[in-house]
Write a protein that binds this ligand. Structure first.
Ligand SMILES: NC(=O)c1ccc[n+]([C@@H]2O[C@H](COP(=O)([O-])OP(=O)(O)OC[C@H]3O[C@@H](n4cnc5c(N)ncnc54)[C@H](OP(=O)(O)O)[C@@H]3O)[C@@H](O)[C@H]2O)c1
Length: 330
């Protein structure tokens, strides 16, 4: 069988790791890399993604520039998290005749939090006869499709709680920045109010769980608090002084019929001692599953690439993780 030809759109830390993983996988061929960062455009894609050899094609500043040289089957899209910033990019990829797997958080289940954007992307995909999926470790898996999958062995579900507790010291630089590491509390609070910091995706995970289990989300509440450093912490990417922020705790509550049905707890801090994910389901029976070893960046790269096979098999339109057959390493 011919290899699937893959375009990597967005060459930040996640996109570079996805591109390297594509190259390591049988049946996939990396044929182009796109990024607007002028530090990268024009350089050989192999150099930019950190290979020890060149690939013979440069990073293109736009899809049109890359598309002149290649015909590809699918785009792996890893540029940013918010619809106003990535929506047009997805439409452009679909209109270029590509299936799309994206790590953009707001795309993972936009039907409730962003219904107009969801309809627009779905219509563009159907018009192009192509499929688009938003996925990743979270949202996309740990706080939504994995707990949903566990309910298959429950006769009744009364309540779901997912706690993701991470040592952010082992994560990529942009993640450490997103959780506020190195900021003063004042700067942290200002950035949170502006809505462009912290974990993105809790409303999407909440929406996927409620919608799939047939519950109405009556009320959604969320809170964020900074985790403070009591000593100096240095990573490859940031230095945090005592009294500065080393991470955050975000909690989202979803209510059905006045009762809390889903709780999502996201804790990410530099030098956090606990590094595990726990899913608790109250019902018949009660279940508790703890996973140790999930590395958010490795996991996101894996699930984006592993999803390719299912996306290629899926009908045209916007699909989400709950719509596809089980995604596995293939
Ligand atoms: N769902 C999940 O579980 C999950 C997990 C991990 C990451 N993510 C998301 O995946 C995305 C990628 O992560 P990252 O850490 O690699 O992000 P990043 O460091 O922000 O890298 C994104 C790259 O895409 C480039 N870019 C931005 N707009 C572009 C455009 N219009 N055309 C081409 N390139 C463009 C950026 O260039 P500039 O630097 O010049 O802007 C940058 O090089 C983020 O949104 C992240 O939040 C999701």
């Amino acid at each position: 069988m011919d290899s699937l030809r893959v375009i990597q759109y967005g060459l930040g830390p996640i996109g570079c790791a996805v591109a390297r993983h594509v190259i390591s996988r049988q049946g996939l061929e990396l044929v182009a890399g796109v990024d607007i960062d002028q530090e990268k455009t024009g350089k050989d894609v192999g150099d930019v993604i950190g290979l020890d050899h060149q690939l013979g094609f440069p990073v293109a500043a736009t899809l049109a520039e890359s598309g002149c040289q290649v015909r590809a089957d699918i785009a792996l899209h890893t540029t940013n998290s918010y619809f106003p910033l990535f929506g047009d990019q997805i439409v452009e990829l679909l209109e270029a005749g590509l299936d799309v797997v994206s790590t953009s958080e707001e795309l993972s289940f936009p039907w409730i939090a962003h219904p107009d954007d969801a309809k627009r992307i779905d219509a563009a995909a159907k018009a192009a006869g192509k499929t688009v999926l938003g996925t990743g470790v979270n949202p996309g898996y740990l706080m939504d499709s994995l707990p949903l999958s566990l309910t298959a062995i429950c006769q009744r579900v009364d309540r779901i709680k997912v706690t993701r507790h991470m040592n952010a010291s082992i994560r990529r630089g942009p993640f450490q920045v997103k959780i506020g590491a190195g900021m003063t509390v004042e700067a942290f609070n200002q950035r949170m109010e502006a809505g462009r910091m912290g974990h993105v995706g809790l409303p999407e995970s909440m929406g996927m769980i409620f919608d799939t289990l047939g519950r109405r989300l009556d009320r959604y509440e969320s809170s964020v608090e900074p985790l403070m450093a009591d000593r100096e912490i240095s990573t490859e990417h940031v230095t945090v002084k005592p009294g500065e922020v080393r991470g955050l705790k975000q909690v989202a509550h979803g209510y059905a019929d006045g009762v809390e049905f889903v709780t999502l707890v996201f804790i990410a801090g530099l030098e956090e001692e606990t590094n595990e994910d726990t899913i608790e389901i109250e019902g018949v029976p009660d279940l508790k599953v703890t996973m140790v070893g999930t590395h958010g960046d490795l996991a996101t790269v894996a699930i984006a690439v592993n999803a390719i096979r299912r996306v290629r098999q899926a009908p045209a339109g916007l699909v989400t993780m709950r719509d596809l057959p089980i995604i596995t390493r293939f």
